[in-house]
Ligand binder design. Structure first.
Ligand code: SF4
Length: 393
């Protein structure tokens, strides 16, 4: 780890702009959307996987790209309540609308902006990412009327065709920003965008590029490499961004800029959000780790224990019948062991019973009588409750 750190420091030694407390770099104030995001206070609303563009560095997973699916963080959204439930679970102070391109589903985008503002107040900060391809005055007017606070445009570095649409965004009282992927092979084009946007925007975000494990990303085939084995960040991307910050510093106008690093996105921001969610969703009996993970005892029906095809088995299980069986057993055990509702919980998502790791060990003979498989699990506090460790007892 020390050698990785020294390598990073020596790579950055020529840089004058200091790293901030979030492991990113900024000139001027951080944009409002970023200020919430770095602290893990923003819900990520993936509005749809549909997109008019086909970027060769697209980070969207194969399961979502070009699919009309909506997710609030890891939670699938099928109705407004799913979105509100996730906002509550993480105690969100705002949301970032992304995709795909949210403008391909403008009605849904507007509906969800309105719902969040209605439920959490006008100060609930909402920013939205879009390509410039689908921008029209009418669409932007509707987004503004719904209460959107900040709009961020992904510029196409291979075509200037839609760049002029940026001017339409200036007609509205929100904050306007531009987001650029730091492709080491596109230094010239990146500078051209910066010159083009001039004083038209309130801020610029430069994104350290990462190689995604999906079929849409062609970065590997194009010869890009990661900077080391521990990271998906593209070699040379950060240095291009730091060079651009130096360029921006010398411009005759002020352009607040944020170089968002892979470390900030994958480490700091995500960890902050998980810690927040962990504290908020934990049951009384859960232990929350410093990273926000939950440690708990779990009683599994033998046919639905974690292992091969676990998620598939859960999806195909006769949920109602099994849950009613679990509720019956829960009542019996509660009487037998004098457990309260807070001690013993039916997890309807994963069709299992939850309790403290301590009680699981203490009363393990009782639970075995009901033919459960017993485990101490460590898992994410997110809606998908992804398991990190499952120790069968
Ligand atoms: S990177 Fe963004 S704009 Fe490009 S294809 Fe992917 S979702 Fe669309």
């Amino acid at each position: 780890m020390l050698s990785e750190y020294l390598k990073e420091v020596s790579n950055l030694a020529f840089i004058m702009i200091a790293q901030n407390q979030y492991h990113s770099f900024n000139l001027g104030e951080l944009p409002s959307g970023c200020r919430y995001c770095v602290k893990g206070e923003k819900l990520v609303l993936f509005v749809t996987g549909l997109c008019p563009r086909r970027c060769y560095f697209c980070p969207v997973s194969d399961a979502k790209f070009d699919q009309d699916v909506t997710f609030a963080n890891e939670r699938k959204v099928e109705k407004e309540e799913d979105l509100l439930e996730e906002a509550k679970a993480m105690n969100a102070f705002g949301a970032g609308f992304t995709g795909g391109d949210p403008l391909t589903k403008i009605e849904r985008t507007i509906q969800y902006i309105r719902k969040l503002k209605e439920s959490y107040g006008s100060e609930f900060h909402i920013h939205l990412y879009t390509s410039l391809n689908l921008v029209t005055r009418e669409k932007l007017q509707r987004l503004c009327n719904a209460g959107l606070d900040e709009i961020r445009f992904h510029f196409d570095l291979d075509s200037t065709l839609f760049w002029k649409n940026l001017e339409i965004a200036q007609e509205f009282p929100w904050k306007t920003g531009v987001e650029l992927p730091l492709l080491p092979s596109k230094k010239k084009e990146l500078k051209e965008v910066i010159d083009f946007i001039g004083r038209k925007v309130d801020f610029l975000v430069l994104n350290e590029l990462e190689i995604a494990d999906n079929s849409q990303s062609k970065l590997c085939e194009m010869g890009f490499e990661t900077k080391d084995t521990l990271s998906y960040a593209v070699k040379g991307s950060l240095e291009v961004g730091l060079g651009l910050l130096e360029y921006i510093k010398k411009l005759p106008w002020k352009l607040p800029a944020h170089l968002c690093t892979a470390k900030l996105k994958d480490g700091i921001q995500l960890t902050n959000r998980l810690q927040r969610e962990g504290k908020n969703v934990k049951k009384k009996f859960d232990v929350v780790t410093p990273e926000g993970m939950l440690i708990r005892g779990a009683l599994y029906l033998p046919e639905l224990a974690p292992g091969f095809s676990y998620r598939k088995k859960l999806a195909e299980a006769p949920k109602e019948k099994l849950l009613s069986q679990l509720f019956d057993i829960q009542s019996k055990i509660k009487r037998e062991l004098s457990f309260t509702d807070e001690d013993f919980f039916v997890d309807q998502n994963k069709i299992r019973l939850l309790l403290s790791a301590k009680n699981l060990r203490k009363y393990h003979a009782t639970f075995k009588k009901y033919h459960f498989l017993l485990a101490i699990v460590k898992e994410y506090p997110t809606a998908d409750q992804l398991e990190i460790e499952v120790d069968f007892v």
